[in-house]
Ligand binder design. Structure first.
Ligand code: AMP
Length: 541
């Protein structure tokens, strides 16, 4: 028999403190670039953990973060699970209504907020029912103006001064206890919460270190561009710390230019983000004179990586492009599109075909593709829904009745439609859900449809994701007007009617008036047909 040692998050940081004390975290914040060693990060994290304990945070309670990628957020990544509490990273791009919902639903006790995101908190603070304390992560002496009682709002750095740099993390934790939380948008209704456990985070980190997966290692200089509020920046901050990897954190409101500069200056070797980011950086690279030759790869996921982008990085800049697939529910890494050893001799076109697919399931997980008649034939043709199981896959949504729709008989039903070929490579072809993914962030088509249909002139409306050169997808609405309103109501009338209900980037790029929306035999909108029809609609923009 072997030792039954629990897999916990805090020891990942302890390893960096002990063996990589001199290695650095390079963090861009509001006032510029700051550099910290893992020794300093360790001490600051212990101070934060002691402060949270003093503030009364209990095991199992949620602590929310509204923050960009920087060293303070990294400290929260370890301090919160390190006291047995739950790191709830909140997607700052959701609408204020959804942010309010998830903070209340998760019952966050404390919120750690970036200074530039404070106006968001100001706008929703009266609707937050559980948050006792707000901690502002700021470089400045002064705290932002607020009407909240001053005893409830603290400066992160001032609190840290009072913290204990030798504070001991809680080792008496169950590895299956919750350690992290992230909400993911649903087709309709409120976002759904996914809870990561101490154990699932550690196992997912191991997967990131495998040579045939992301091969993250001590020798890397890793820059997660994917936000730390989106599936824990794909687990990279946890794994990079554990392995003693140098980390570069791009901070608030970065531009593609800034990313190219950081890669050049800091000699970044691996970086990860959604296709929109890499598309944006391509334009900058083409216009400017940047040296990105330090990169050993770019990891791309969250939406399908366009062939043209893969090809441009690989052939023009000599940077291998690693396409990966996953979801909030899967921690996220499920598949990576790496060529097998015997595929290396294929033609460039054939290799590109493989890299543009979502790839092979990583060790530790199981997948199957299931059609109406059971598992599909692995011929790369037959389609079915992708099902996943494994130790870093969620098996329920947090306190949510919708769990039973996705978690069935021990498998996560992803809602993604895929083919699988004889090599085991999966290719995503569609989604059973009809969410729209713009720049890596979801837009609910159903919410937009409902808002449009509330207009007195609208007979029926639907909204679909249309491929967009920059944002991967953008929403386009198709509307049938009631007879009496035809030619009387304009696109702008409808857009201004729904605008108050949504974040600006949720609004459709176009509204197309139709005489009829194509439907299935049971009267559902045939979104697939519309998607085919409008496939090129936004290509010229
Ligand atoms: P999220 O939970 O926000 O990370 O979104 C997960 C969803 O994004 C998946 O269910 C897919 O529909 C989509 N997705 C993620 N990675 C890829 C990829 N490499 N190619 C195509 N779609 C992807």
């Amino acid at each position: 028999m072997m030792m039954n040692v629990p897999l916990l998050v805090a020891p990942l940081l302890e390893r960096a403190e002990k063996y990589f004390a001199k290695k650095e975290v390079v963090s861009r914040t509001a006032t510029g670039i700051q550099r910290f060693t893992y020794r300093q990060i360790g001490e600051r994290t212990r101070r934060l953990a002691s402060v949270l304990t003093q503030l009364g945070v209990q095991k199992g309670e949620r602590v929310g973060t509204l923050a960009w990628n920087h060293h303070r957020h990294l400290e929260a990544y370890f301090a919160i699970p390190g006291i047995g509490a739950v790191l709830h990273t909140i997607n700052i791009r959701l609408s204020p209504e959804h942010i309010t919902y998830i903070i209340n639903h998760a019952e966050d006790q404390v919120l750690l907020v970036d200074e530039d995101l404070w106006p968001l908190v100001e706008a929703i603070k009266d609707h937050l029912h559980t948050v006792k304390t707000f901690i502002v992560m700021t470089d400045y002496e002064e705290l932002p103006e607020t009407s909240l009682e001053h005893t409830r709002v603290h400066s992160y750095e001032k609190l840290l001064e009072k913290g204990d740099p030798t504070f001991a993390f809680d080792k008496d934790l169950d590895e299956n206890a919750p350690a992290g939380m992230c909400y993911t948008s649903a087709t309709t209704g409120n976002p759904k919460g996914v809870t990561y456990t101490q154990r699932s985070i550690v196992l997912h980190c191991m997967a990131l270190g495998l040579v045939d997966t992301l091969a993250l290692s001590e020798s890397d200089i890793a820059m997660a561009v994917v936000p730390m509020f989106h599936v824990n920046a794909w687990g990279l901050p946890f794994a990079a710390t554990w392995f003693g990897t140098t980390q570069v954190m791009p901070g608030p409101r970065f531009t593609p230019q800034l990313l190219a500069e950081l890669i050049q200056q800091e000699k970044v070797t691996t970086t990860a983000g959604v296709p929109t980011i890499w598309l944006g950086m391509l334009q900058v690279l083409e216009a400017g004179n940047y040296d990105i030759s330090s990169l050993r790869n770019i990891v791309c996921g969250g939406s399908a990586a366009p062939r043209g982008v893969i090809q441009a990085y690989e052939t023009k800049y000599g940077v291998p492009f690693l396409h990966a697939y996953g979801m909030t529910e899967t921690s996220p890494v499920v598949t990576c599109a790496r060529l097998k050893s015997y595929q290396q001799d294929l033609s460039p076109e054939e290799k590109l075909d493989i890299s543009a697919k979502q790839g092979l399931v990583v060790p530790g997980l199981e997948i199957k593709v299931v059609g109406p008649n059971g598992e599909v034939t692995p011929d790369g043709q037959e389609m079915g829904e992708l099902l996943i199981r494994g130790p870093w896959i969620a098996d329920e949504y947090y306190k949510d009745e919708r769990s039973s729709e996705a978690f069935i008989d021990g498998w996560l039903h992803t809602g993604d439609v895929a083919t699988i070929d004889e090599e085991g490579t999966i290719k995503l072809v569609d989604r059973t859900k009809d969410l729209i993914k713009s720049g890596g962030e979801w837009i609910s088509s159903v919410d937009i449809e409902n808002a449009l249909m509330a207009h007195e002139a609208v007979f029926e409306a639907t909204c679909i994701g249309v491929p967009h050169p920059e944002w991967a997808e953008r929403p386009v609405a198709c509307v049938v007007l009631k007879e009496a309103y035809r030619d009387k109501v304009t696109k702008d009338d409808l857009l201004s009617f729904i605008a108050p209900h949504f974040a600006k980037w949720w609004l459709p790029d176009d509204i197309i008036f139709m005489n009829e929306i194509p439907k299935t035999s049971v009267g559902k909108f045939l979104k697939r047909q519309l998607r085919d029809q409008l496939n090129q609609h936004l290509q010229q923009s």
